[in-house]
Design a protein around this ligand. Structure first.
Ligand SMILES: Nc1ncnc2c1ncn2[C@@H]1O[C@H](COP(=O)(O)OP(=O)(O)OP(=O)(O)O)[C@@H](O)[C@H]1O
Ligand SMILES: [Mg+2]
Length: 283
């Protein structure tokens, strides 16, 4: 939509668009999303009578339980429309999404723009958030929940992604709930059923209860037993188990070359490549 927005906002406003390549999918009516983005862009234009910058981006973001708009924890596609305009004072910010609230004067604005976008977001199980201050511009974010609907063969666009040869059950161990959540999301997209554990001890417990994962993917540095020791212990019991140890650059103390390793942070395609490689070498 970059072109369309640019031609709507005029030559005084520099429009940039930034969308991540490996965005997950969100379920929404494309026309409604287009209308929402256009509405937000017009608001941004109106806030920059002397020109400025308009930045539109789409990113995968994770909401925690503490998210200010009360979003359910999970992964979202976050569409942001940010301007360098006049911003909003507190009163305007507090009422901006109310229907018919407008500061634009009679005949200028109906005050329905933000209210409609807000309604759309709620209807889709997402949210609209506004960050703004007088003189420092405005950032309006539209959060859309990532869709877990299976994509049928009818819309099976060939994906240039690397896929593991055979996905099975992944036992995912990380003491950081947010990191775990995003890795779980990636594994799910790669076709794994994911069992999550918050510590090595927890993971061992799962296995002693009868869980037989095809893959162990574990953070290295955790309170209690570390990921490498966990991997080696389980590998000893189950020689076929694929093990991938995840660690930051700095935290590699105690990691053994006997186990495959992936450096944090990683993207979905990097994870897929590591897993494909594990599957190829047999474990
Ligand atoms: N990007 C922005 N920068 C500064 N203020 C904004 C911005 N977007 C919205 N506002 C404020 O919020 C108010 C409500 O916005 P909304 O889009 O709902 O209505 P409107 O733009 O006034 O009218 P219309 O929807 O008909 O265009 C605006 O009148 C303005 O005061
Ligand atoms: Mg508007």
């Amino acid at each position: 939509m970059g072109e369309l927005v640019s031609s709507t906002t005029g030559p005084q406003i520099e429009v940039t668009v930034d969308t991540a390549e490996d965005l997950p999918e969100a379920m929404a009516d494309p026309n409604q999303i287009e209308m929402a983005i256009l509405n937000l862009s017009v608001n941004a234009r109106d806030a920059m009578p002397d020109g400025g910058k308009l930045h539109i981006s789409a990113k995968a973001r994770t909401a925690q339980s503490t998210h200010r708009s009360g979003l359910a924890p999970g992964t979202y596609v976050c569409i942001s429309v940010a301007d360098t305009g006049i911003g909003m004072d507190e009163t305007t910010l507090a009422h901006a999404v109310e229907p018919f609230f407008s500061t634009k004067g009679v005949g200028q604005g109906t005050g329905l723009g933000l209210s409609m976008v807000h309604g759309l977001a709620s209807q889709l199980g997402g949210a609209l958030t506004i960050t703004s201050a007088v003189g420092s511009g405005t950032n309006v974010e539209l959060w859309l929940p990532v869709s877990h609907a299976a994509t049928g063969p009818s819309d099976a666009v060939p994906q240039p992604k690397l896929r593991p040869l055979a996905a099975g059950t992944a036992l995912l161990v990380d003491d950081e709930p947010l990191v775990r959540m995003s890795t779980a999301e990636m594994l799910g997209e790669l076709g794994y059923s994911v069992v999550e554990a918050g510590s090595a001890e927890d993971a061992l417990q799962r296995v002693s209860e009868g869980l037989r994962p095809t893959l162990l993917i574990t953070d290295h540095l955790m309170p209690g037993m570390n990921g490498t020791d966990l991997g080696l212990a389980l590998r000893k019991q189950y020689p076929e188990l694929q093990v991938l140890v995840v660690s930051g650059y700095a935290n590699n103390e105690g990691i053994t070359p006997d186990l495959s390793r992936l450096t944090k942070p990683f993207r979905s395609d990097e994870l897929a490549a590591s897993l494909a490689n594990l599957a190829k070498v047999g474990r």
